[in-house]
Design a protein around this ligand. Structure first.
Ligand code: ADP
Length: 412
């Protein structure tokens, strides 16, 4: 199959090239296998999580033109495991005939928090009050921060517009002195910035949408995500959200997918603050907040991502159970490999364990556990119990005493 063959709904060409070979690529490979779809991953190293299971691997950097062209030559559609991509290079590949999904214009928005804030605000989608700073001198950055502070007061949150993940690149600032330190460091490192109001967050939600090129879309129900120190520890369907909030979040996410002209899966992370619902983050790829859909929904995010990028019919997003909890498996302080601890985790009834084949390091996301059932405390307790058995440190707000994991996890 070459990059130049058209995709036809009646005779689909089943070959997807994935830029990046992390856990998302790995789980896309699992879904592709079930559908008989061929996959090639572009991995930085042969031992990357996706490369360990992909039927074909190209080794190279995601911004290396030679490696990307080799990947494009082996598949009918290019898609992504992460956002560390060179959008201009993807545009030139498109001109050479490659089919890139999502489109580079969508990626432009997803890779840059400034561009994202700008485009969403323009479309009337609610986002935190902000100033887009970009790459600026320390003086200019500080002026923009002070300008927002004069409207909103302190504290504010300064963020790296590009390259942040898992809360790395998010800096709360209390006053001008703090802001000046952050501005100087960012300016020295050439890091583009945005600054925004510090939102009083009551809860964090996520909605994932799968959208085809013709604009047709489906979305999974909103979930509550529990973050500790900027890192997602737990995902709950339906969580503590009322149906009205969940519906509003779904509508906002569909609008975001339309504004982004997403093709494939798009994840929207939102803050609930009083009666405000604000879009925080957009990712144009499968997302940690929807790993629960592998067992918890009729069609997983990974399968619908493949279906969407190949222009195949989308599958139902209906949950398979009234309650679903997913807990991320993180490396413990002692750095033990969770694979060596499978036995106690697999003794937990109904625990679906996913390990990504990553080298264990303290605090690193190494896998996740999903439990589906009828009772929200019960599924949450079982998911945490299995994740702890795999070595995951348990945050202080989570009570595993057996009387129900009722406390919220975001105690940090
Ligand atoms: P990343 O891209 O690193 O995941 P996010 O922008 O999603 O960064 O921020 C990580 C976490 O930091 C969020 O989940 C939230 O808990 C907190 N956070 C981010 N922005 C704000 C904000 N404006 N106000 C309050 N908390 C925030």
């Amino acid at each position: 199959v070459t990059a130049r063959e058209p995709i036809d709904g009646d005779t689909p060409i089943h070959s997807v090239g994935i830029v990046g070979a992390g856990q998302l690529a790995r789980m896309m490979c699992e879904a592709a296998s079930a559908l008989g779809i061929g996959v090639v991953v572009l991995a930085e190293a042969a031992g990357d999580p996706g490369a360990l299971v992909a039927p074909a691997v190209v080794v190279g950097a995601p911004d290396d033109p030679t490696a990307l062209r080799a990947l494009a030559g082996l598949c009918s559609v290019l898609t992504f495991d992460h956002e560390q991509v060179d959008v201009d290079l993807l545009r030139s590949l498109e001109h050479e005939g490659a089919v890139v999904r999502p489109d580079p214009a969508t990626l432009d928005m997803a890779v840059d928090k400034g561009e994202m804030r700008r485009r969403l605000a323009e479309a009337g989608i609610p986002v935190p009050a902000h100033r887009v700073i970009g790459k600026a001198s320390a003086t200019d950055a500080l002026a923009a921060i002070a300008d927002l502070a004069s409207d909103h007061g302190w504290p504010l949150v300064v963020k790296a517009a590009r390259g942040g993940y898992d809360g790395k690149g998010v800096w709360p600032v209390e006053d001008l002195a703090d802001a000046s330190r952050v501005a100087r460091r960012a300016s020295d490192a050439g890091t583009p910035l945005v600054v925004e109001e510090m939102v009083a967050i009551d809860a964090e939600l996520a909605v994932v949408v799968a959208r085809r090129a013709d604009g047709s879309a489906v979305s999974w129900p909103a979930v509550e995500t529990i973050q500790v120190d900027g890192l997602c520890r737990e995902v709950r369907y339906p969580g503590t959200l009322g149906p009205d909030l969940a519906r509003r979040a779904g509508e906002v996410a569909r609008s975001v997918a339309d504004v982004a002209e997403a093709v494939g899966v798009l994840a929207v992370e939102l803050f609930v603050s009083g009666d405000r619902l604000l879009v925080n983050e957009v990712a144009a790829r499968p997302h940690n907040s929807a790993h629960w859909t592998i067992e918890g929904a009729t069609t997983s995010q990974f399968e619908n991502h493949l279906r969407a990028v190949l222009d195949l019919p989308l599958g139902s997003t209906e949950p398979t159970a009234p309650c679903v909890a997913t807990v991320n498996v993180l490396g413990g302080a002692e750095g033990a490999d969770p694979v060596k601890r499978l036995v106690p985790a697999l003794r937990v009834p109904g625990a679906h364990v996913h390990l990504y084949g990553k080298a264990p390091r303290p605090g690193r996301k190494l896998g996740h556990v999903t439990v589906c059932g009828d009772d929200s405390d019960d599924v949450r307790l079982r998911a945490w119990t299995a994740a702890r058995a795999l070595g995951t440190p348990v945050p202080s707000g989570v009570d595993l005493s057996g009387s129900g994991a009722t406390a919220r996890g975001g105690a940090a």
